[in-house]
Design a protein around this ligand. Sequence first.
Ligand code: SAM
Length: 277
Amino acid sequence: MKTSSDIVHTGAFFRKGDLAALLDKVHRSKGWDFRGYKPASLKRRISKRLTTLRIGSVSEYLLFLDTDHSEYFRLFSHMTLKVSEFFREPEVFEALAAELKGARGLSRGARAWCCGVAHGQEAYSLAILLSETIGAKAMARTNIFATDIDHAAVDDAREALYRAESVQNLERPVLNKYFTRRGEMYEVKDEIRNVVKFGVLDIVKNPPLSRIDIVFCRNLFIYFNKKLQAEVFSKLDYALSPGGLMVLGNAETIPARYASMYEQVGAATRIFRKKRE
Ligand SMILES: C[S@@+](CC[C@H](N)C(=O)[O-])C[C@H]1O[C@@H](n2cnc3c(N)ncnc32)[C@H](O)[C@@H]1O
């Protein structure tokens, strides 16, 4: 007999066609398009929700969605994993800092975009890095656009308040310089907050930004199938100016059809410079 944890791990709630039926329903009702996300991780996460609700099958869950519309939002929250941290994959930030120190182009300020920013740690980390590397004058002319599909995560990110455990991997001088303690919480200081502009943007269905010098899109492609990776990459590529930097997650890479248009910056990290024509 299967235990509930077996069910969560194997996605045994799902019979053939169930996932497609559920994703079609979500798309029709709410406009959220998860149809190009990898099935295995979606099934795992949806199964968790069904276990919590003590619902035994996807067909039963489809009926439940009709009776309780607020369930769509809880399902959405389960389908978008928002794990992040300050200076996640620190070697990437070190390599980026080294690259930017020599970049005269950014002395006039930069336009950066963090796509899939979750609760904001990545955008604030980038703002701190830029503040330390490009100088105050350039910083005053710098904007970091930080976007995510999830309204609630974006609202949280804007608040710029983090628990002690979220800032524990920051070095003490960085913490003291860029954060203010508020009781049990740490708040990002205005000089950093003012550089970051948050917004809701679904990279699957919305058009991209433009004239960007640095694109961060990390730990999002891993959830997409190959076709969707290529579609989304074409939007990021559109956004990035020639000579700009594309920063992906350590487990991600540039789709084959774009590979010749980029050169890798250092072998150890997934930072790529877009070639000029
Ligand atoms: C695992 S987090 C990565 C956060 C951060 N980039 C990092 O690497 O620490 C993935 C984020 O992508 C967001 N996301 C998922 N699908 C998206 C979409 N279609 N458009 C924009 N953001 C999306 C999720 O809501 C989540 O916040």
